[in-house]
Design a protein around this ligand. Structure first.
Ligand code: NOJ
Length: 529
C-alpha cells in the first residue's frame, strides 16, 4: 500500500437504504451496515463509501439534505455513525462519506427562511432566486426553475425539492467548511463530492443555446479555488495515524479530458471518478481507448481517477453487458426500460471478465454493492412502487434508477432474503434472487462472489497490482493483453472465437473455464510466469 492509500484502494459503495436493516424495517440502516462489516472485511476492501444518510425528505433518496451534520432517524443516530467508523477501523476499513454541495433539500432551514423572506431579501441570496427563469432544464427532466407564490423563481438543477446553493455567498462557503471538519473530526477518511463541477453558475445565468455542448454551470473557474481550500482542510489532519491522509473523490461526468485535469492538481482534488467504463460498449477498441485516455490524463498529474463499473445511478453491469452492445452506442433509453432482450447469462459471463479487468487496471477501483453478486437490473418494478424523481418528472418515459437500487439479498429462499429480520416489505421490491444471495454464492466455489473474493485477495499486497502503469502486448484484434511489472499479465478475449493463451504463463485466476490453454470468448485471465 502506498502512503496515499486512495491511489490503489478498492472501495465498496454502500447504498445505506438497500444494504442491510438491523432495525427490522424495509429500509437499511447504519447498524445494519455495521452488522455486515465482517462480510466486507472478508471480501477484502480498503474502504466503504456511504451514500447520504443525512436527515432528508428522501425526494431523491437522500441527495436532498435537510441537515448536513445530522443523521436521518431511519438510518440511526450520530452515535451509530461513530460506532460504524470505529468498528470499520478495527477491521482496517476506512469510511468515505458523501458531501452534497450543489443543492440541499427544500426542507433545509436556510431554504425555509428564503421562502419566508421577500423577493430580494438577504435570506434568498444563499440560493439562486430570479424574477424570470432562463431556459435551463433539470437533469431529472422538466424546467430547472420553480416559481414561488410571490412570483420569483428559484433554480434547481435536479428536483424542485433540491434548490441550488449560491456558491458566491460567504455563508455557503463557511457552512461547508464546518461540515467538512465536523465529519473529518469524527474519523471520516475521505469525502465523495456530489456533482462536483456544477457548484458555480455563470453569473449572468445565460440561456443555453440549442446546440450547446458545454453548460454555463460546468467547470466555472471559481471551483478550483474552492477545492484548493477544501484540500487545505483535508491536509490539516494528521496523516500518520489511521485512517491516514484524508482524501476526496469528485463526481464529474466529463466529455473531454481537458475539463477534468484542472481539478487534479497537487493543491486541488486528489481524485475524480473515471466513469468511462460505464459508458463504453463491451468491445476491444473502445475499452482500450478509454484505458489509454486515463493513462494519458493522469501521467503528468498528481491526481488519480478510480475506475467504476457500476453505481446507484446506472443500469446494473450484468444487464448492460447482456444487451446487444450496439444499443449502448446509440443514444436511446429503450434497453434501459427492459424492452430490449437482456441475456443475463451472457451479461454475467462478461461481468465476471469485467471484474478481473477492473481489478487489474492501474489505480483504484470502486465496486457498487451487489455487483460482487452479479445482481442484474430489476426492470419489473410496478409503477406505484417506483421512487426515483427522474421517473416521475418525466411521466414515466424515463425509467429512472430504482432498478439498480434494490435491497441486497443476503440469505434464504424468499424476500426479504435476510435484508431485514422482520417479514416486512422492502422499500423497493426484490425479485426472486434466491440463487444470488450471499449465502448461496458463498457455498458455490465458482460464484461471482467467490471470484471477487479471490481477485481481491490476490490483489492485496500484489507488487504488480494497484497503483502504477501497464504495457499493452499485441495478441491480435479483439484480444486485450497487458503486462504489469513485475510478472503479471492480463488477457481478455473479446473475439467471437477461442484464442490461445500467451505461452509460458500460468493462470492465477480466470473468469470462466479455460480449457487446454485456450481462452474462450468473453473470458479474462490473470497470469504469471
Ligand atoms: C448525483 C448522485 O449520484 C445522484 O444519485 C443524485 O440524484 C444527483 N447527484 C443529485 O444529487
Amino acid at each position: 500500500m502506498t502512503a496515499l492509500w486512495w491511489r490503489d484502494a478498492v472501495v465498496y459503495q454502500v447504498y445505506p437504504r438497500s444494504f442491510a436493516s438491523a432495525g427490522g424495517s424495509g429500509e437499511g440502516d447504519l447498524r445494519g451496515i455495521q452488522s455486515r462489516l465482517e462480510y466486507l472485511s472478508e471480501l477484502g476492501v480498503t474502504a466503504i463509501w456511504l451514500n447520504p444518510f443525512y436527515p432528508s425528505p428522501m425526494r431523491d433518496s437522500g441527495y436532498d439534505v435537510a441537515d448536513y451534520c445530522g443523521v436521518d432517524p431511519k438510518f440511526g443516530t450520530l452515535e451509530d455513525v461513530d460506532a460504524l467508523i470505529g468498528a470499520a477501523g478495527r477491521l482496517d476499513i476506512r469510511v468515505i462519506i458523501d458531501i452534497v454541495p450543489n443543492h440541499c433539500s427544500a426542507e433545509h432551514p436556510w431554504f425555509r427562511e428564503a421562502l419566508a423572506d421577500r423577493p430580494g431579501g438577504t435570506a434568498r441570496e444563499r440560493f439562486v432566486f430570479r424574477d424570470r427563469p432562463n431556459n435551463w432544464e433539470s437533469h431529472f427532466g422538466g424546467p430547472a426553475w420553480t416559481q414561488v407564490p410571490d412570483g420569483q423563481w428559484y433554480l434547481h438543477l435536479f428536483d424542485s425539492s433540491q434548490p441550488d446553493f449560491n456558491w458566491r455567498h460567504p455563508d455557503v462557503v463557511a457552512m461547508f467548511e464546518r461540515v467538512l471538519r465536523f465529519w473529518l473530526d469524527r474519523g471520516v477518511a475521505a469525502i465523495r463530492i456530489d456533482m462536483a463541477n456544477t457548484l458555480f453558475k455563470q453569473a449572468a445565468l445565460p440561456d443555453l443555446p440549442p446546440d450547446a455542448v458545454s453548460w454555463p454551470y460546468y467547470h466555472q473557474p471559481e471551483i478550483h479555488e474552492l477545492y484548493r481550500s477544501w484540500r487545505a482542510i483535508l491536509d490539516s489532519y494528521p496523516a500518520d495515524e489511521f485512517p491516514g491522509p484524508r482524501g476526496a473523490v469528485a463526481e464529474i461526468w466529463f466529455n473531454h479530458p481537458e475539463e477534468v485535469l484542472p481539478y487534479l492538481t497537487a493543491q486541488g482534488l486528489p481524485q475524480t471518478f473515471n466513469f468511462r467504463l460505464m459508458r463504453v460498449p463491451w468491445a476491444a477498441g473502445e475499452l482500450r481507448s478509454v484505458i489509454d485516455e486515463a493513462r494519458d490524463m493522469t501521467r503528468n498529474s498528481t491526481g488519480s481517477m478510480p475506475w467504476v463499473l457500476g453505481n446507484h445511478d446506472v443500469t446494473r453491469l450484468v444487464s448492460r453487458l447482456g444487451v446487444d452492445q450496439n444499443l449502448i452506442r446509440v443514444p436511446t433509453d429503450e434497453w434501459r426500460r427492459g424492452t430490449a432482450h437482456v441475456d443475463v447469462a451472457l451479461g454475467t459471463r462478461r461481468a465476471r471478465a469485467a471484474a478481473l479487468l477492473l481489478l487489474a487496471l492501474p489505480g483504484s477501483a470502486y465496486i457498487y454493492q451487489g455487483d460482487e453478486l452479479g445482481l442484474p437490473e430489476h426492470f419489473d418494478i410496478p409503477t406505484a412502487r417506483r421512487e426515483d424523481p427522474t421517473f416521475h418528472r418525466n411521466g414515466g418515459t424515463a425509467i429512472g434508477r430504482d432498478g439498480c437500487r434494490i435491497p441486497m439479498p443476503w440469505s434464504g429462499d424468499a424476500a426479504p432474503f435476510g435484508f431485514t429480520h422482520e417479514p416486512t416489505r422492502t422499500w423497493l421490491p426484490q425479485p426472486n434472487w434466491s440463487a444470488l444471495t450471499v449465502e448461496t454464492q458463498s457455498a458455490k466455489p465458482d460464484s461471482m462472489l467467490n471470484l471477487y473474493r479471490e481477485a481481491l485477495s490476490l490483489r492485496h499486497g500484489h507488487p504488480a497490482l494497484g497503483d502504477g502503469d501497464l504495457e499493452w502486448l499485441d495478441q491480435g484484434d479483439d484480444v486485450l493483453v497487458f503486462r504489469r511489472e513485475p510478472d503479471f499479465l492480463f488477457a481478455l478475449n473479446l473475439r467471437d472465437e477461442t484464442v490461445s493463451l500467451p505461452p509460458g504463463y500460468r493462470i492465477l485466476l480466470a473468469s470462466g473455464p479455460v480449457p487446454d490453454g485456450s481462452l474462450p470468448t468473453d473470458t479474462a485471465v490473470w497470469l504469471t510466469s
